[in-house]
Design a protein around this ligand. Structure first.
Ligand SMILES: [Zn+2]
Length: 160
């Protein structure tokens, strides 16, 4: 038996202004996107914004449905829109934010498992890491790639 340790690097910032300007821009775009979330059931308004290699910013927000299982997260709305309309453009980074009736949530917003899987797929597709910028009122977390949030991810090469 071998016991192995996995290591991930997480960068934490106390305020948006500590981040590089390009990341600040993405956070503000994500916050703007959260304003248009359709979340009448959860009242949890999520915004995502991603930066393509061509400098374009693509925004998405959560889209809920009375049949709860038919809703989709902000991250996948943004990512699938980007992949559908700019299929050859690498995704460089994605910012995620969320608010409720009290405003911006305290802890950094982390993508759900399904979104992590979709973002890892985009990393594999473009052979390029996607920096994740997770916005929160208390702090902002940055990880270097989605795979660090989904160790042992199911990736295209698993299909053989
Ligand atoms: Zn999700």
């Amino acid at each position: 038996m071998r016991k192995k340790e996995l290591q991930i690097f997480v960068y934490e910032y106390d305020t948006v202004l500590e981040l590089p300007e390009r990341d600040q821009k993405l956070i503000f775009a994500a916050r703007e996107a959260s304003e248009n979330a359709y979340a009448p059931y959860s009242k949890f308004y999520v915004g995502a914004a991603l930066m393509l290699e061509n400098g374009l910013i693509i925004k998405g927000n959560n889209q809920e449905n009375a049949d709860f299982t038919d809703g989709i997260c902000a991250e996948r709305v943004a990512l699938f829109y980007a992949n559908a309309n700019y299929p050859n453009a690498k995704v460089e980074a994605m910012a995620v934010t969320a608010k409720n009736s009290n405003g911006l949530i305290k802890d950094p917003s982390k993508p759900c498992g399904s979104c992590r899987q979709a973002i890892v797929e985009a990393e594999a597709r473009f052979k390029h890491p996607i920096r994740l910028i997770l916005d929160g009122a208390k702090k902002i977390m940055v990880v270097e790639n989605a795979e660090s949030l989904l160790p042992f991810a199911f990736k295209p090469d698993a299909l053989g």
